[in-house]
Design a protein around this ligand. Structure first.
Ligand code: GLY
Length: 594
């Protein structure tokens, strides 16, 4: 049999075929437009721009997020002179209502902030925390073997202390201008009067109906009378409206102390079949942590984001830091070697992620060593061949503390949501927010879903006698892949970006930065570009798109390949003479600016 060379097969990569986006990416858009038919003219225009594959441009401010109702709430805040931090609060509390499966008050988030006045970058860690009573064996059976994933997820066992309410309050205190209670009005009105169920929410409820039906409060809300809610129907959540009003009046204490805290603890610890170990003390002592941003150089940019306990900025930074040694612009997006390099740089970065990245308050993480240019140059030399690497192992970054660790293969499955905002004061905010799995633990308290973030820990604590960095420990924060990012150029934001997608977030964000920075793609086109993502297993190509054209080529290069749906939810803003906003066509979000 004649085997075609990579370069001969490269001619398969005719531009139109590769650029073709997912067929199913178009259907939700049309349905989304129907679901938001009554929204403002500005929202209609934003939906139309996305439909046409164009960015939204603006002079003063811009928001991009996962649901038009949430974006509209944030836009109102910005129109009234609020900051990006104010708008984020309004967006988040509406998302918790209209996209409850992805993020909300029962979850956690990471926030990257660029201050337009001081020019400083700050990152806030609002990650969920393991209860003090949790042990490394929480997700193991009596024989010490890991539980099956959904046996661990559904119920109280997986619930960590939520961080999002405290993060909203901290961001508002530090950078807000608006009156705190006003930020809850839009969400409260929608919760009381009802909102239109979107096609995506309805579809996910139907798909998850059995798990959602296991708990009374959750079943009553999502499956009233035993029937899943449907797209286009009006859904009210009076319990959530009460919670929002308590939050508006008393601040985050309304969630962390008092009757609502007691309700959360009771719900978690009495979950039928799978109770958890959360206490009132866990909630009372929760704190948001400010951490140093992690930045990596790429071309003329500094790519900055959230360090440990997230692996996001480190892994994105490692991928880009290695690829900076190769001329992807010259190769172009059609060339198989571009994808070989991206695929193997990702595998090398994920090998380091599995070995070294976890909550640095509990394990020594070689944060600086992992993105040190000399280390990445050494790792990049491994990519110098013509074929995929046959062996991918963690490297040996410079380490402040000597410690032998074993590798972790914990997956984070896609739920999550991303918010990008630039305000009229020159501030920029990138925040990725989650309750982990779609519908989190499936438990509800106070009208919102509680997270299952603890399953982002490794279920095993040791391997071959060595500890795993991301093992569960009381008070520790599970490793995340969330990568809220601000790409800086000459000390100022050039791109604000992030995505949901579990551990694939890293690939989505890195690839979109490459498309924008190296291949000069307009932002909306960069977001829509078909995905190819490699973590620590197969090279995944986005099903039904031009990316599938690359399957034989990547197989020939030596990768294991796989076609599958790759459901990112990228939201991005390019900051230049004007602001350009873009929203991922695979989801229901929009970018809106003025
Ligand atoms: N639970 C998704 C993440 O934190 O990456």
């Amino acid at each position: 049999m004649r085997i075609l060379s990579l370069s001969a097969l490269a001619c398969l990569l005719a531009a139109p075929a590769f650029a073709q986006q997912a067929a199913d990416a178009v259907a939700p858009e049309a349905a989304t437009k129907g679901a938001f038919a009554l929204a403002s003219p500005a929202v209609q225009a934003a939906l139309a721009a996305k439909d046409a594959g164009q960015e939204v441009t603006a002079e003063n401010w811009m928001i991009a997020a996962a649901n038009p109702l949430a974006v509209e709430a944030g836009a109102e805040v910005l129109r009234a002179g609020g900051t990006a931090a104010d708008a984020m609060v309004a967006v988040q509390v509406v998302l918790g209502l209209v996209e409850p499966q992805s993020s909300g008050l029962g979850g956690g988030a990471f926030l990257v902030w660029y201050d337009g006045t001081t020019g400083e970058l700050t990152t806030l860690d609002g990650r969920e925390t393991a209860p003090l009573a949790a042990t490394p064996r929480l997700f193991q059976d009596d024989a010490g073997e890991p539980l099956k994933f959904f046996d661990a997820v559904v119920g109280g066992r997986s619930v960590g202390t939520p961080g999002t309410p405290a993060l909203l309050e901290t961001a508002h205190r530090r950078w807000g201008r608006a009156n705190w209670p006003t930020l809850f009005q839009a969400a409260t009105d929608l919760a009381r009067d009802g909102f239109t169920v979107s096609p995506r929410l309805a579809q996910l409820v139907e798909r998850d109906a059995e798990r959602l039906s296991r708990f009374d409060a959750t079943a009553a809300y999502f499956l009233p009378g035993g029937t899943p809610i449907t797209a286009g129907e009006t859904l009210k959540n009076p319990r959530y409206a009460e919670t929002l009003q308590a939050l508006a009046t008393h601040g985050a204490d309304a969630i962390y102390t008092g009757p609502l805290a007691a309700d959360i603890v009771r719900t978690v610890n009495t979950a039928p079949g799978n109770p958890g170990v959360l206490s009132a003390m866990d909630l009372a002592i929760y704190e948001v942590k400010e951490r140093a941003p992690v930045c990596a150089s790429y071309r003329e940019f500094e790519v900055c984001g959230m360090g440990p306990p997230s692996s996001g900025a480190l892994t994105v930074g490692q991928i880009l830091g290695m690829l900076g040694h190769y001329d992807l612009a010259e190769l172009g997006e059609q060339h198989p070697d571009s994808w070989r390099l991206i695929g193997d740089a990702s595998r090398l970065a994920f090998a380091d992620r599995g070995r070294y990245m976890a909550d640095s308050d509990f394990v020594p993480v070689p944060t600086n060593g992992l993105v040190d240019p000399a280390y990445l140059a050494k790792r990049a030399r491994l990519l110098g061949g013509k074929k995929a690497l046959t062996q991918v192992a963690p490297g040996t970054p410079e380490f402040d503390h000597a410690l032998n660790l074993a590798d972790d293969e914990a997956l984070e499955l896609p739920s999550t949501s991303h918010i990008s905002i630039v305000d009229a004061y020159g501030n920029a905010l990138s925040m990725t927010t989650t309750i982990e799995n779609a519908f989190g633990s499936r438990l509800m308290a106070g009208g919102f879903l509680l997270n299952n973030e603890l399953t982002d820990f490794s279920f095993r604590s040791h391997r071959d006698g060595l500890p795993i960095a991301n093992r569960l420990e009381p008070g520790k924060r599970p490793r995340s892949s969330m990568a809220p990012t601000i790409v800086m150029e000459d000390g100022k934001p050039a791109l604000v970006i992030g995505s949901p997608g579990g551990s694939r977030i890293i690939g989505y964000v890195a690839k979109t930065i490459i498309a924008w920075a190296d291949w000069d793609m307009p932002l909306q086109q960069a977001l829509a570009m078909p995905h190819l993502v490699n973590r620590f297993g197969t090279y995944d190509m986005e099903e039904g798109t031009g990316a599938e054209v690359l399957m034989p080529l990547m197989k020939l290069a030596g990768f294991e390949v796989n076609a599958r749906s790759l459901n990112s939810g990228l939201h991005a803003i390019e900051v230049g003479e004007v602001l350009k906003g873009a929203a991922d066509p695979r989801r229901e979000g929009i970018a809106l600016g003025e």
